[in-house]
Each structure stands twice: as structure tokens, then as C-alpha cells.
Design a protein around this ligand. Structure first.
Ligand code: A2P
Length: 283
């Protein structure tokens, strides 16, 4: 990957720009519009939002104001947990499209797996959503479909039952939290791993060990973490509302982390993250 416009290729042949602009915790309104505009100005072509972020309107507005042709952009949104079910999924999708003010979506994800009740119950709920996703895919409302926060034991039954296999799994992924079992499973199944909170929601930025490695390359810890995701074959989704940081996070193509430093970072213990576990989240 040499620039923000270079693509990973999904299992269905669709190209996806290798770094996405994250918007989790970006407040709706002018802040969203302006940060999306800034990201697109510095070269991002991929924006990641979700119904639950409540900023889809601002994302759509930023996309429109940028004047960049729609086909040059890659926009992702996600189905929220309250909308599980076939018909509810289709309705939620239309609402997302209305807010984004777009004709089609590039990628639609199930935000969190259903996990409550017996395995038969939660697996059925995941499959109900997935059938609606397959319908949206087959009717060309979305160019690719996938899941988010699915661990191997959530993914495996879905893979078995799915007619169209998920192309993406978006999981928390950053130094100290590589979710190796899930990431390896995805790799083997040709599912692209997207890394949410590649900076550990900012918690990694003051880590002295990461700072020492970043210094060697004359880079910030944020840049190191984003680059590290790429070199691990994942697609990072760094979030910022600060123009200088948005710009900084885009400058990750002029250095390469050496294998020994990759190994050091790969073997770091847990040093902070969201603390959210898909099997126990309260939402
Ligand atoms: P802000 O949005 O106020 O600029 P993650 O992507 O892992 O969820 O991390 C997002 C957090 O990290 C946000 O609090 C964001 O702050 C902060 N952040 C993003 N980029 C940088 C950077 N280059 N330097 C310092 N903090 C950053």
C-alpha cells in the first residue's frame, strides 16, 4: 500500500481503500461534517460510520460538500442491535440511506453479534439479519456485506449457513490486543479484518515502549500504530476530529516498520483498549 487511495480487494472483487476514517464518538453536526471534509481533503477515500454513532447525516453532508465523485468514495455503515430481525434490518437500512443521503452503500455491517439466549436462538437472530443483508447485496443496494465484533464462535455458524459469505469483520485491533484467534480465522476464510480503535481509543499514545519505537522512525505513536495495522494485513480506522491529527494519521506511507520491531509490537501485552467483549456487552 502506497497511499490512502490504494485498495485491499475483498473476496467478491470489490476494492476497499486501505485506511478508513473512523467516526465513532464524533458528535453529529458541524464537527462530523468538518472532520469528514478534512479527511477527504487530505486523501482519505473511505469513511466508516454506524447508525449507533448518530452522525450518519453529518457524514453524508461531508461527502456531498466534498464534491468528490461518489464512485471514488467508499462508505460503510452498520446495523444497530435494536434492529435485529429480517424486516427491521431492511427498515433500518433505508433509514441509514436516508440520513446519509446516498443511493447505495459500499459496505454494510452487523454491528455486534446477537449472543443472548440459547445458541439456537442467537444463531437464528444473526442469520435473520444476514438474510436481509444478502437481499440488500443481491439487489445491489450495497457493494459488500460483513459483520463487526464477531468472534470465531459467532462467525463459524454464520459462515456455514450463509449463501453470501461475509467479506469483512471489523474488530477491535491494536498493539496489545490482536485478537489472534479471530484474526487468523478471518484470514483463512478470506474475510478482511478491519481494525477499530487502532490507537486503543487514544490509550496507547502515551506508552513509552511504543514511543521509543516510533522515535526510531521519526514518527508519532499514532502513525506507528496505524502503520502496524497495515503491515499486519488489517485495515485501520483511526478516528480524529482534530485537523492536524487527521493530517498526521494520513502520513504513514513513507516508512516501514522493520520485522524485529513488528515482532516486539506483536508480542506486547494488553496495555489498554475499550474493554468491550462481544459476549458480555450490555447493549
Ligand atoms: P481527537 O478525535 O480529539 O483528535 P481510536 O481511533 O483508536 O478510537 O482513537 C481515537 C482517539 O485518539 C481520539 O480521542 C482522538 O482524539 C485521538 N487521536 C487520534 N489521532 C491522534 C493523534 N495523531 N495524536 C493524538 N491523539 C490522536
Amino acid at each position: 500500500m502506497k497511499s490512502l487511495k490504494d485498495n485491499y480487494i475483498l473476496s467478491n472483487g470489490v476494492g476497499i481503500p486501505c485506511v478508513g476514517f473512523g467516526t465513532w464518538q464524533t458528535p453529529e453536526g458541524e464537527i462530523t461534517v468538518n472532520s469528514v471534509l478534512k479527511a477527504l481533503e487530505v486523501g482519505y477515500r473511505h469513511v466508516d460510520t454506524a447508525a449507533a454513532y448518530r452522525n450518519e447525516k453529518g457524514v453524508g453532508e461531508g461527502v456531498k460538500q466534498s464534491g468528490i465523485p461518489r464512485e471514488e468514495l467508499f462508505i460503510t455503515s452498520k446495523l444497530w442491535n435494536s434492529e435485529r430481525g429480517y424486516d427491521t434490518t431492511l427498515r433500518a437500512f433505508e433509514n441509514t440511506m436516508k440520513l446519509l443521503n446516498l443511493d447505495y452503500l459500499d459496505l454494510y455491517l452487523i454491528h455486534w453479534p446477537a449472543v443472548k439466549g440459547s445458541p439456537d436462538e442467537w444463531q437464528k437472530l444473526n442469520l435473520d439479519m444476514w438474510r436481509a443483508f444478502e437481499y440488500l447485496y443481491e439487489t445491489k443496494r450495497v457493494r459488500a456485506i460483513g459483520v463487526s465484533n464477531f468472534l470465531t464462535h459467532h462467525l463459524a455458524p454464520l459462515m456455514k449457513a450463509a449463501d453470501v459469505k461475509p467479506m469483512v469483520n471489523q474488530i477491535e485491533f491494536h498493539p496489545g490486543f490482536m485478537q489472534k484467534e479471530t484474526a487468523d480465522y478471518c484470514k483463512a476464510e478470506n474475510i478482511l479484518v478491519e481494525a477499530w480503535s487502532p490507537l486503543g481509543t487514544g490509550r496507547l499514545l502515551s506508552n513509552p515502549e511504543l514511543a521509543a519505537i516510533a522515535n526510531k522512525y521519526d514518527k508519532s505513536v499514532a502513525q506507528l500504530c496505524i502503520r502496524w495495522c497495515l503491515q499486519n494485513g488489517t485495515l485501520p480506522l483511526p478516528k480524529s476530529v482534530t485537523p492536524a491529527r487527521i493530517e498526521e494519521n494520513a502520513k504513514i506511507f513513507d516508512f516501514e516498520i522493520k520485522p524485529e520491531d513488528m515482532r516486539t509490537i506483536d508480542s506486547m501485552p494488553y496495555i489498554g483498549g475499550s474493554g468491550l467483549n462481544p459476549d458480555t456487552v450490555p447493549f
